[in-house]
Design a protein around this ligand. Sequence first.
Ligand code: BEZ
Length: 304
Amino acid sequence: MELRHLRYFVAVVEEQSFTKAAEKLFIAQPPLSRQIQNLEQELGIQLFERGSRPLKTTEAGQFFYQHAVKLLSNAEEIKSMTKRVGIAGRTVTIGFVGSLLFGLLSRIVYLFKQQHPHLKIEMVEMTTNDQIQALKEGRIDVGFGRLRISDPAVKRILLREERLMVAVHSSHPFAAQKEGVYLADVVDQQLFLYPNHNKPNFSTQIRGVFSEYGLEPRKIREVRELQLALGFVAAGEGLCIVPESAQNIHLAHLHFIPLLDDSAVSPVFMAIRNMDESEDIRSLFDCIYQVYDLEAFTYDRNVF
Ligand code: BEZ
């Protein structure tokens, strides 16, 4: 049995038809059917229910399909990782969602560069979703994002849960409530959420936090990015919910008030390829911990 057989079999299962699978694989149907017959002969079992339309797998066929998908994904991973290992002069490419740059990411990367001057560091802004694909294709080595997205080829590590805050104009009554406000207090206000593209995104996450409390904000305007949302707040146009690290963005008349609800948090995730045990990733982890120690954050040291 070769990887080619697994690819053929997976295509037939997913297309539920030999004809469509043959088109997808750019081969003729008779050789495709022969390859599947050979596979069944080698295994000594039937993989498809005979005569089923659309084609259905047998129980053994379903079992074989699930493992074949995993094996093919691992083969792709090995290919992309080997390519990266072979690149002369080590490069660590970091994918990240834009808002993290205003928090600790810039400090972590700066420290990483200082402690590892021989490494070439590249940073690429991309959504959490895109980071997963980029990791699998070997275009990045590590991703930092805020969304809980799972993929069997990727290891996702929760670094911390960052508190959320409300950004308000200094003239707004909330600006005087230094101790904080609840989501229920802000739900009827004009809210600016970001970004307005590539769902699910941070805007989706904020709506989810409201819905955890049975709340649904109605006066929402979605804008392209964090800085734009804060610009609208500074112009007195409404409020915006942001991670607390956004306090590093300074604009006249812009105030940040804590959100007091327990679930008013946004996770920070690190994602790496499942089999990646490289020394560079471990060093990057050490830098994260060093910055967390300086910030007196508590975290679980055994996650990597
Ligand atoms: C953080 O804010 O905790 C963080 C951001 C980017 C990378 C690692 C950690």
